[in-house]
Design a binder for this molecule. Structure first.
Ligand SMILES: [Zn+2]
Length: 318
């Protein structure tokens, strides 16, 4: 079986015209019994190998440095994380068991999204089998998110003058509250969020453009909004990089979302976002973000569909 998989890899090694970023440490952290399926990272990685992705297409995340984290987060918050000195309210808001390992996981995710952004700028597209922790604010974490990998990666690419403007396209079912707060008043970062109104987070600080949908809306209003806005804002804002949170949680069976999108609808969403960016020569860094279907195979399938869409688009535009 192993030999057959190797043969496939040799035969179809060029199947993925872009790089992946991943770390096996993503699923090693012990968060206890939790709705967040950390093992999805491993299953997706293994599936990609079975689909013919060569191991040398995967780049390992390294933990973000303090300097990188501080591009977005406050020194006081970082100090509290380092010293495991979060208040009871902060621990509650995190909704995840706190540990030094969880902080390391968060730092790895930040480093991973930075690396994915770099690879996307080199090749036009890259996929992080991780990341998308958009509920982390500069001064606190919440909703399973300790550090905001996407915000730090955007700030880092601008700080290094690799790009002048970044657009964050956030299609996780939950509003990207931490990201919106991080970039309020910063004109070089455009934050676009399509999310469900009647779920967490109750406070949704305004981003550059927010589309709020309601429980049960389904494919049509969602895709209508994506079609109406995505190509237009790419044209108008002209980002040098798109960071795309391809959340699997708008899915109809999701336990934490109720937008009721079908898998076909989610594929169409990916096609519009990735296709519209690449057709304009805009590099895209994809991160996975949330996904809480009762059957983890559904979450994995949706994320793999995003990779398949990326594959098809990138074959045309690489
Ligand atoms: Zn979510």
């Amino acid at each position: 079986m192993g030999d057959l998989a190797d043969l496939f890899r040799v035969l179809f090694g060029k199947r993925f015209p872009f790089k992946f970023v991943y770390s096996k440490d993503y699923w090693m952290v012990d968060v206890g019994k939790h709705v967040f399926p950390l093992q999805k990272y491993r299953i997706i990685y293994e599936n990609l190998l079975m689909m013919g992705a060569r191991k040398d297409r995967f780049f390992r995340s390294r933990a973000a440095t303090d300097e990188e984290v501080l591009l977005v987060h406050t020194p006081k918050y970082l100090k509290r994380l380092r010293e495991a000195a979060l208040s009871r309210a902060e621990l509650q808001a995190l909704e995840m068991r706190f540990s030094p390992e969880l902080v390391r996981f968060a730092r790895l995710a930040v480093g991973g999204t930075i690396l994915t952004a770099r690879k996307a700028l080199e090749d036009g597209l890259a996929v992080h089998i991780g990341g998308g922790f958009h509920h982390a604010f500069p001064d606190h974490g919440e909703g399973f998110c300790v550090l905001n990998d996407v915000a730090v990666a955007a700030a880092k690419m601008i700080a290094e003058k690799r790009v002048r403007k970044v657009m964050i396209v956030d299609m996780d079912v939950h509003h990207g509250n931490g990201t919106a707060a991080a970039f309020a008043g910063r004109e070089e970062v455009f934050t676009f969020s399509v999310h469900q109104m009647d779920v967490y987070p109750s406070d949704k600080p305004s981003g550059s453009l927010d589309v709020g949908l309601w429980s049960g809306d389904g494919d049509d209003p969602y895709l209508g909004a994506v079609r109406a806005h995505v190509p237009r804002i790419f044209e108008e804002f002209g980002p040098g990089l798109v960071l795309y949170l391809a959340g699997a949680d708008p899915y109809e069976k999701d336990q934490l979302g109720g937008l009721k999108l079908t898998k076909e609808g989610l594929k169409e969403r990916d096609k519009i976002v990735i296709g519209s960016a690449r057709a304009r020569g805009i590099p895209v860094a994809v991160v996975l973000a949330g996904g809480y279907a009762p059957d983890i195979e559904d979450t994995v399938d949706i994320h793999l569909n995003t990779v398949r869409v990326a594959q098809r688009v990138q074959r045309v535009h690489s």
